[in-house]
Write a protein that binds this ligand. Structure first.
Ligand SMILES: Cc1cc2nc3c(=O)[nH]c(=O)nc-3n(C[C@H](O)[C@H](O)[C@H](O)COP(=O)(O)OP(=O)(O)OC[C@H]3O[C@@H](n4cnc5c(N)ncnc54)[C@H](O)[C@@H]3O)c2cc1C
Ligand SMILES: NC(=O)c1ccc[n+]([C@@H]2O[C@H](COP(=O)([O-])OP(=O)(O)OC[C@H]3O[C@@H](n4cnc5c(N)ncnc54)[C@H](O)[C@@H]3O)[C@@H](O)[C@H]2O)c1
Length: 468
């Protein structure tokens, strides 16, 4: 077995692993990255990029149909084949040459194969033993969770991977789940012509502000999706003709051509050698504020989905920048600055995580919901405003419907949570992220004047509702 030594070994070349390795090399260290599938990870080929590509064409068509003049020009349905072809491009046709070239140009050494920790600071991959001088970082991400429902695995359901990469649109698609993947894929496949049934046992987008799930449910139903809140599948089978049959807890039956299971994620830690260092294979890697793995030595870190802090690409990459720079600092004998909002801290993971759900309407949020703020013991005031009543919204689309909520910490008079629901609100949320991270006092926000006539004028309306 050949042996090679690097300053740091990163297992997993998803968006998080790539960014960590980049920061390390930019900081003057050597880094090897280990990847068993495609460089770029889930996000590039089976998650963020292809799913957003599947959603974008339907969103553009709906936007045109909401404006007189454009509506008359947008008379047909989506060209599903063209949408799928555009999606293929955004998934780089499931080839990673571009990302491999980037690794080379960034000075990061790639090893292909399953990486396994075999001892402290030692990782084996495809017959090569890699030794780390300073650290090993696990950035192996997550995979789809498939529940133990009778007959489900034998029925060969789609997970998010098959939904993101499908080469044809099924006539009927049933979905188990009511979270982000379920809601986005119900939106996408409905727009592509599938008859969608969504079994949302625990409600639709139930982790968001309640009005978000309610509006998305209503819009999905209006566009023809059969949303069944509270419905639970108890058994599944696929017959010889390929039809999937589901039986629900209340005895109801659902038939579909494909079944998507979208009920959350499981960590990719089953076969990475955790047992060799006293940790449990298949478990999420819990970490401290420096992203060091609990129960391991100070040489092992975990970032991105696998540490379960926040399962989002942008937040994982935020962890990657902080962690990469912290390892560089420690390697130089400096102390890492992991105190709140420090250079190497991941404070935003707890206080200001933005997320956009690309449904129709879109849901864009950051920070705490009103319920979460109350649960955290904050003395809050919740300000709501009808987004459709803003001049910019009325101009943006006929019959624009939306809602905005601002959650204010009354003791500090700063915003701690913000949620927008409406067409094209995705690009509006970053202003709220800055207000929360910057802890901008409400009194100062009165001086941040939104342009007229934009949808952003909702900021002014919220402040007026709050009062001066
Ligand atoms: C359908 C869907 C849509 C999504 N859309 C969005 C979105 O719009 N915006 C957003 O912010 N987030 C989105 N997410 C979440 C996002 O995909 C993840 O948060 C992100 O991919 C996490 O990055 P990561 O690098 O931690 O893990 P991954 O992207 O999962 O990458 C981990 C990599 O490690 C490799 N690996 C695993 N084990 C080993 C091993 N032992 N040896 C070698 N290599 C290994 C894997 O092959 C993979 O390439 C979506 C998720 C899904 C499922
Ligand atoms: N636009 C985006 O930012 C985006 C898009 C897609 C996915 N993601 C990320 O990917 C992750 C995975 O998404 P997801 O939708 O799979 O998970 P999720 O956690 O968002 O939703 C899972 C849903 O399934 C329900 N559920 C759990 N077990 C169930 C069961 N046995 N039967 C029926 N329902 C059950 C849960 O109550 C929940 O509503 C999320 O954490 C999300 O952050 C982000």
């Amino acid at each position: 077995m050949s042996e090679t030594t690097y300053d740091v070994i990163v297992i997993g070349a998803g968006p998080v692993g790539e960014n960590i390795a980049d920061r390390l090399v930019q900081g003057g260290l050597t880094a090897a990255i280990v990847e068993r599938e495609l460089v770029g990870g889930e996000c590039s080929y089976w998650a963020c990029m292809p799913t957003k590509a599947l959603l974008r064409s339907g969103s553009a068509l709906r936007a045109a149909r909401q404006v007189a003049g454009a509506r008359e020009a947008a008379t047909g349905n989506l060209d599903a084949a063209a949408v799928l072809a555009r999606r293929d491009g955004f998934a780089s046709n499931w080839k990673d040459d571009g990302q491999v070239s980037w690794l080379e140009s960034a000075g990061i050494k790639l090893y292909r194969g399953q990486g396994r920790i075999v001892a402290e600071r030692v990782v084996e991959v495809a017959g090569t033993s890699l030794t780390a001088r300073h650290a090993v970082v696990v950035a192996t991400g997550s995979g789809a969770l498939v529940p133990d429902i009778e007959g489900l695995r034998e029925a060969k359901p789609w997970t998010s991977r098959e939904a993101a990469a499908a080469s044809a649109v099924p006539g009927r698609l049933a979905i188990i789940g009511g979270g982000v993947v379920a809601s986005e894929m119900a939106t996408a496949y409905n727009s592509l012509g599938a008859k969608v049934t969504m079994l949302a046992r625990d409600g639709v987008l139930h982790q968001a502000e309640p009005f978000a799930g309610e509006r998305v449910t209503q819009a999905l139903r209006e566009s023809g999706v059969d949303v069944r809140v509270g419905a639970e599948a108890v058994s599944v089978s696929r017959d010889e003709a390929g039809t999937v049959h589901l039986t629900l807890a209340d005895g109801a039956r659902v038939e579909a051509d494909e079944l998507l299971v979208a009920i959350g994620r499981t960590p990719n830690t089953q076969d990475i050698g955790l047992e060799t260092i006293g940790l449990k294979p298949g478990s999420w890697l819990t970490v401290d504020e420096a992203l060091r793995v609990d129960g391991a030595g100070d040489w092992l870190y975990a970032a991105g989905d696998v540490n379960r802090r926040v399962l989002l690409t942008h937040q994982g990459k935020y962890q990657a920048r902080a962690l990469g720079d912290a390892i560089v600092a420690r390697a130089k004998g400096e102390k890492a600055d992991t105190g709140p909002w420090g250079r190497h801290a991941v404070t935003a993971d707890e206080r200001a995580v933005p997320q956009v759900v690309f449904t129709d309407p879109e849901v864009a949020s950051v920070g705490l919901t009103a319920a979460a703020a109350e649960e955290a013991g904050l003395r809050t005031r919740v300000i709501d405003y009808d987004l459709g009543a803003v001049s910019g919204s009325v101009l943006h689309a006929e019959g624009y419907q939306g809602h905005a909520r601002m959650v204010v910490d009354e003791d500090r008079r700063v915003i701690v949570g913000f949620t927008l629901v409406g067409p094209d609100v995705a690009e509006l949320v970053h202003a709220a992220t800055i207000a929360i991270v910057g802890e901008v006092p409400i009194d100062r926000l009165w001086h941040a004047v939104p342009s007229f006539p934009t949808v952003s004028e909702v900021w002014l309306r919220l402040l007026e509702t709050y009062g001066r």
